[in-house]
Design a protein around this ligand. Structure first.
Ligand code: ZN
Length: 388
């Protein structure tokens, strides 16, 4: 199958102008002008008119509870799994799944099975091994074996620190996990990232700062997430990013104390943080408390990946960032930081993961994952096995 997207404004995420992009099978083949594919009908050729649309890399959601998370309000609040269209209808073509607060009734075997299911349905999936709690729960018995022996495992997480829900790991336990996943990652050619859930406790990022100052483990091994949870935590994360670390915003954080993405990212850039050093993830399928206009608790909702495109729009429309910059934390940055080679950019040889957005309102028009059309004109073409 060959797919040619004609005359869309291409953001690789760098702006490349109005171009044709040809997908050959599951990969990006050529970028150019007036591209033609004439194989005498031997291979079907599909054309998509990209006029009035912008073409961006498929979004990478680096932290999502694909088999559900949350449940802190009792068993009936256990949140549901992500269906395929929960991802594709929000522009996500690559997702990294993780276990949340519940590491008992949710386990690694189930997370891996869910990741395989979504992959079979058409998107690309990876997982973090481990759990909120320390000692971490694994498949093979330890994190180093998991990352070396299981293809889908690219790191460990989310390890909860500075949170009343964490297992209050000691610094030594925390560093041991980081060193094990680092070495396992090196031996298997993977990122070996420690995805660290940051709570709102006063110790904030102390463990991570100590790890990079008191041990030989480099900044690049840690990816603290939920860093916009409150202003003090954000300032600590800003200093970490300035010093060479990478940090992850959660798209759905928008309560009064939070530093939302559209305010946080401009602040990082003003402070001199490299635009390579931050990412945005959804924390999708986690539980979200819902409040009415008076701030009264109304019940629980479920987070989802829709916050990613919302944040992209806010970065462009409210914060005034250029599109190529606003796209980086959703595409090229997570691909590089998580060592997802051939993801996150529109270049020949990269995976055919693409989104077309309407130029006027940045709404989702088309999604292609590994060369396969998943969403067309805002409607799902491929549905998950149990999607309605
Ligand atoms: Zn978390």
């Amino acid at each position: 199958m060959i797919t040619i997207i004609r005359n869309a404004k291409v953001y690789q995420p760098e702006y490349a102008g109005a171009k044709d992009v040809m997908l050959i099978g599951s990969q990006i083949g050529v970028l150019g002008e007036n591209l033609k594919a004439d194989l005498g009908g031997a291979v079907p050729v599909k054309e998509i008119d990209g006029t009035g649309l912008i073409l961006i890399p498929g979004l990478i959601d680096g932290h999502e509870h694909i088999m559900g998370g949350g449940g802190e309000g009792g068993f009936h609040t256990r949140t549901p799994e992500a269906g395929l269209t929960d991802l594709t209808m929000n522009g996500v073509t690559t997702v990294v799944g993780c276990i949340g607060t519940d590491g008992v009734a949710r386990n690694m075997e189930a997370l891996l099975a869910k990741a395989h299911a979504l992959e079979e349905e058409g998107v690309t999936t990876y997982v973090y091994t481990g759990s909120y709690q320390v000692p971490v729960h694994t498949v093979t018995g330890d994190v180093m074996r998991d990352i070396m022996l299981l293809d889908k495992v690219i790191g460990v997480g989310e390890i909860a620190i500075s949170d009343h829900r964490s297992s209050q790991p000691t610094f030594e336990e925390f560093v041991r996990i980081a060193s094990d996943i680092r070495v396992g990652g090196m031996l298997s050619g993977k990122a070996g990232i420690v995805n660290v859930h940051m709570g709102d406790g006063s110790r904030m990022m102390d463990f991570i700062w100590r790890a990079v100052r008191e041990t030989e483990i480099p900044f690049s091994q840690f990816l603290p997430t939920h860093i916009g949870r409150n202003a003090a935590l954000f300032e600590s994360a800003l200093e970490f990013a300035k010093a060479g670390g990478t940090i992850d915003f959660t798209g759905s954080l928008d309560d009064d104390d939070a530093v939302p993405v559209h305010r946080g990212i401009p602040r990082l850039l003003d402070a001199g943080v490299s635009d390579d050093h931050f990412t945005i993830s959804s924390d999708g399928q986690g539980s979200l408390p819902i409040f009415n206009d008076k701030g009264e608790f109304q019940g629980l909702g479920v987070g989802n990946a829709s916050c990613l495109l919302k944040e992209l729009r806010e970065l462009v429309n409210r914060a005034g960032l250029p599109m190529e910059l606003a796209l980086k934390p959703l595409t090229a940055n997570p691909a590089r930081i998580l060592k997802l080679n051939r993801k996150g950019r529109i270049l020949p040889g990269y995976d055919g993961d693409l989104c077309l957005l309407c130029e006027n309102d940045l709404s989702l028009h088309t999604v292609i994952a590994k060369g396969q059309l998943m969403v067309s004109e805002g409607r799902p073409v491929v549905k998950g096995t149990f999607d309605l």
